[in-house]
Design a protein around this ligand. Sequence first.
Ligand SMILES: CC(C)(COP(=O)(O)OP(=O)(O)OC[C@H]1O[C@@H](n2cnc3c(N)ncnc32)[C@H](O)[C@@H]1OP(=O)(O)O)[C@@H](O)C(=O)NCCC(=O)NCCS
Length: 166
Amino acid sequence: MLGGMKIRTATAADWAAIWPFQREIVAAGETFSWPRDVSEEQARQFWMVPPPGRTVVAVDDDGTVLGTANLVANHMGPASHIASASFMVDPAHAGRGVGRALGEHIFQQARADGYRAMQFNAVVETNERAVHLWRSLGMEIVATLPEGFRHPVHGYIGLHIMYRLL
Ligand SMILES: CC(C)(COP(=O)(O)OP(=O)(O)OC[C@H]1O[C@@H](n2cnc3c(N)ncnc32)[C@H](O)[C@@H]1OP(=O)(O)O)[C@@H](O)C(=O)NCCC(=O)NCCS
């Protein structure tokens, strides 16, 4: 983890720092199954999830937002003990351990919130950094949806569902 970085609950005031890099990641169309031209208001609603969901930010010691994640229930009723989570690290700060720190934090938070399992619904197979990171945190590929993702460079490629018990 980066020295001085901390992870805290996101506030409404953090949105202005999240949106520029979130827009960049979504517009690239390589890692998220959101509309590439998502509006700011729709993105805010997708990302800043209401309780009991949680949205967090990773911030540097000067307060710069480096990345963000959210935690939600993936299912309802008798499957509501399965969580899901999403992650976005500012490309300007990628590869420095922010994603790993957010992942570790979210797994701990999910356990604390009483979830028993974690499911990632849509991990693009060419997103090698993410696949490596999630595997190293105990997530397994339980299925790959053939041609589940239309990548701007690679065309129709696999979309992994990843899962682990907590
Ligand atoms: C995926 C993402 C969250 C990772 O965050 P990050 O801060 O860059 O990741 P970290 O620096 O914590 O860790 C990256 C790991 O991937 C490894 N890695 C980097 N590039 C890699 C590559 N091309 N292939 C395999 N592993 C790679 C790093 O070595 C590191 O692993 P290590 O800790 O074992 O050395 C971030 O890149 C991101 O937001 N991407 C765009 C959105 C996205 O893909 N979200 C996740 C969707 S499932």
